[in-house]
Design a protein around this ligand. Sequence first.
Ligand code: IMP
Length: 443
Amino acid sequence: MANLLVLGTQWGDEGKGKIVDLLSPAFDVVARYQGGHNAGHTVCVRGKKIVLHLIPSGILHPGTLCVIGNGLVISPSAFFKETGDLEAQGIGVGPSRVAVSRGAHLIMPWHPLVERVSEERRGAKKIGTTCRGIGPAYEDKAARLGVRAGDLADLRVLREKIAENVAAKDPIFRAFGLPPLDAESICREYAGWAEKLGPYLRDVSELLHERMKRGESVLFEGAQGALLDVDHGTYPYVTSSSATAGGAATGLGVGPKTIHGVLGITKAYTTRVGSGPFPTELRDELGRTIAARGDEFGATTGRPRRCGWFDAVAVRYSCRINGVDRIALTKPDVLAGLGHIPVCTGYSYKGEILKSFPTEPWVLDEVVPEYRSLPGWPDSLHGAADFESLPRTFVDYIRVLEDLVETRVAVVSTGVERGETVLIESELRGFVDLARVRAGSAA
Ligand code: IMP
């Protein structure tokens, strides 16, 4: 069966957790390829809300192996806090359910401290990061100073790497008046993690290769959103990893041809958390109303998300750079009851219409969005059983969006629960085995 990649096409928080959880029964393995515990994937099952940060969103299905790739940065304390919370809820997360790449980099105690200082130093230009140490961990990876999960296997190597890092960070810590790092206590702490994390560590690339050779299928799970990608997002207002589809190959050690389809999760409006350009942002009461209705508060930091209208220029760009085959449209229920819903169809910049999404913040700050106003739908969409029972005006909204972003919608999410989803069979054929999905969500 085909492997599928699921990612966010906007600035994150599109509802990937729900869709990955829903589709997981059709796949044997769910594999995360980038990011860290900056991500917050929310899954609601029978009224119970489960927020995942590092663990892939397939974990609620006992038959699914969850894989954490080399493209992630892992805080051992966050990992074990999350596995502990899941176990307390009766969800198995032992090494037979979760595999962690030996090549994943570790978040070390100095990373969140360095990040706080660097955010403060930026002043008004701060990125608004989650302050989990994600960026500095990727910086050390690129600087060839990083400590990898596999280094935990040899305490002599671990000790050497910690000493090397402490020496490198010392002048920075002194310059900013931070208390010096204690290499010895860091070594003791990470030696403790070595024992606990050891059984989870695997050669993930080989593991995936073997599984696929056996005919098993893989769902590749992205975190954040394509517009936060370090290369293709609104740099520098981005995260530090490759959130686009290309990141799956490098972040898991699989060839690009193992990705047979790409499903782009797209919210029916736009949100962004943290700083950075946002052309269709609503800075008024309506924006705050949408945020309240959509429960738009960061799953990781609790920060309110900025809200705005659907931006077809941004999503069309995202579909292009990720090779999105189909879209899963989420949270249209939040817009129910609005008389008219504007959709951004183009940007004008210095008197000209731009052909493509510009990623430069100084351009995006000055573009003037052009809107087309579409009739809203009066009723809540909750409980819509199939595509035919969706309100006419909402179907028209979908059709306009499809034309604008040049990609078909295959899934419509009408609420937080698994059952509140319309799966468009004809559009999903060849990408997802729907019989397996249905059997899994009934379980
Ligand atoms: P970092 O990933 O903590 O370095 O934060 C960089 C930017 O990405 C900030 O604007 C964050 O708010 C944003 N960000 C990081 N993770 C997420 C996420 O899961 N959803 C939405 N935004 C995120």
